[in-house]
Ligand binder design. Structure first.
Ligand code: NAD
Length: 441
């Protein structure tokens, strides 16, 4: 089989590489010439564990190609994936201009039957718009080429993207013809051999499934953050409450960790987009509106704790920040809580030294030299009045607290991810604050 993946970002590059890995001939296309040039030189635009080796292996095997030339790459393809960004527009709705531009480009160039699949996260009704773009483009060139549209939302998690793609919990495909179902079944067959299910459905349901999934996950996070905040007020320990409720199989243990709010390129924008879709159709997603406002507030929780600890006297303090990316094992800084926290620290007159194992180059795009960047987690602590743990990178899990105590000016830790034991730190003379536990000692 031969496929094209248009848009070579997180999703497009992982998708294309994983299909090449199972023997399919893949061309990844992007309009960003520099990105494609870099890929030709083995330089990846993103950090994702294991991806670099997989890309180079498949390029060497001649199964994975990179190009800016859509018209050439699309010729003879069985499937064309659209994997470009769908950022929020000013009103929160998903901006479809990139998706529809690609659809037009495909319509201007296909020469034989092809299934055009939206992998980007797109609102219900987008596949119909993609179909119209294609039809109009074909009409313009007086061509009559058969095609199908399909929706195949992506559920990969940054940081575990390859495993998620190769061993998916499920593959959701929205189709409207048997022919498209056959092509998509053939394409995904290698991933289904170990029992990973493919779920075919109508296209609007597939489009909605992605938003419902991300919104449910965001809801779990905001719910637990709300519970955590109340635990603190009432003198309960959210870590125990989490274990207590997670053992109920109907609730489950996953994704019920309190923290400093969700970020990243997906949850914030997808929650916004679903609220907007509902509004446009006369329905109010009340739960999701609350999810969003709880999350906005939660991003300030760590700063507020710091401010309370120093009785609002933050000017001139030097703060160490561990972790910048919105979650571990990625360099993605989009909507990262660290950005909100650091802006607040700077506005309050603090100086900041940060360390992140991979996200510092990305962070520099928005923070520049307004903060200092350390070469490792310990250097960040030198003369710090407090440490804020923002991202739970494995590197930070079991640090040498003795060394930390010697490096810091004041032994105060604000743990936004609940990775340390309050009792242990108290014994070592640290002041320790975390989320959802009353630990003011
Ligand atoms: P990204 O910004 O990393 O990549 C998008 C790429 O598309 C960029 O490289 C851009 O240059 C390219 N592009 C834009 N217009 C183009 C055009 N006309 N032709 C060719 N290339 C073009 O985005 P991403 O994170 O990969 O997300 C893509 C989509 O997948 C979004 O809808 C997102 O919501 C969804 N998604 C993302 C994730 C994730 O974890 N990042 C997970 C699931 C779904």
């Amino acid at each position: 089989m031969k496929i094209a993946v248009v848009g070579t970002g997180y999703v497009g590059l992982v998708t294309g590489t994983c299909f090449a890995e199972v023997g399919i001939d893949v061309t990844c296309i992007d309009i960003d010439q520099k990105k494609i040039d870099n890929l030709h030189n083995g330089i990846l635009p993103i950090y994702e564990p294991g991806l670099e080796e997989m890309v180079s292996r498949n390029v060497e095997k001649g199964r994975l190609h990179f190009s800016t030339n859509l018209s050439e790459a699309i010729k003879g393809c069985d499937v064309a994936f659209i994997a470009v960004g769908t950022p929020p527009g000013e009103d929160g709705s998903a901006d479809l201009k990139y998706v529809l531009a690609v659809a037009r480009g495909i319509g201007e160039n296909i020469d034989e039957y092809c299934v055009v699949v939206t992998k980007s996260t797109v609102p219900v009704g987008t596949a119909a718009k993609v179909r119209t773009e294609l039809e109009q483009a074909l009409q313009k060139r007086g061509a009559s080429v058969e095609f199908d549209v399909a929706s195949n939302p992506e559920f990969l998690k940054e940081g575990a993207a390859i495993d998620d793609f190769l061993k998916p919990d499920r593959i959701v495909v929205g189709i409207s013809s048997e022919r498209a179902e056959e092509v998509m079944t053939k394409l995904y067959k290698p991933f289904l051999l170990n029992g990973h299910p493919i779920i075919f459905m109508d296209i609007p349901s597939a489009e909605m499934t992605k938003y419902a999934a991300n919104s449910m996950l965001a809801t779990k996070i905001s719910f637990m953050n709300d519970v955590a905040n109340l635990c603190e007020i009432m003198g309960a320990d959210v870590n125990m409450v989490r274990r207590g409720i997670g053992s109920d199989a109907r609730i489950g243990t996953k994704f019920i960790y309190p923290g400093i709010g969700y970020g990243g390129s997906c949850f914030p924008k997808d929650v916004k987009a679903l609220i907007k879709t509902a509004q446009e159709n006369g329905y109010d997603m009340q739960v999701l509106r609350a999810v969003e406002s709880v999350n906005d507030a939660q991003k300030s929780v760590l700063f507020d704790k710091l401010s309370r600890h120093f009785q609002g006297e933050l000017r001139g303090l030097h703060i160490a920040v561990w972790g910048l990316s919105f979650k571990p094992k990625t360099d993605d800084m989009r909507e990262a809580p660290s950005l909100v926290i650091i802006e607040k620290l700077l506005a309050a007159g603090c100086t900041v030294t940060a360390y992140d194992p991979v996200a510092m180059p990305e962070a520099k795009h928005s923070l520049g030299d307004r903060i200092a960047y350390a070469k490792d987690e310990f250097e960040a602590l030198i003369d710090a009045d407090a440490l804020l743990v923002v991202t739970e990178w494995p590197d930070f899990r079991v640090p040498n607290f003795g060394v930390m105590a010697r490096l810091m000016k004041q032994k105060a830790i604000f743990d936004g991810r609940n990775i340390y034991e309050a009792k242990e730190l108290k014994e070592l003379g640290f002041t320790y604050h975390c989320i959802g536990v009353k630990t003011d000692h």
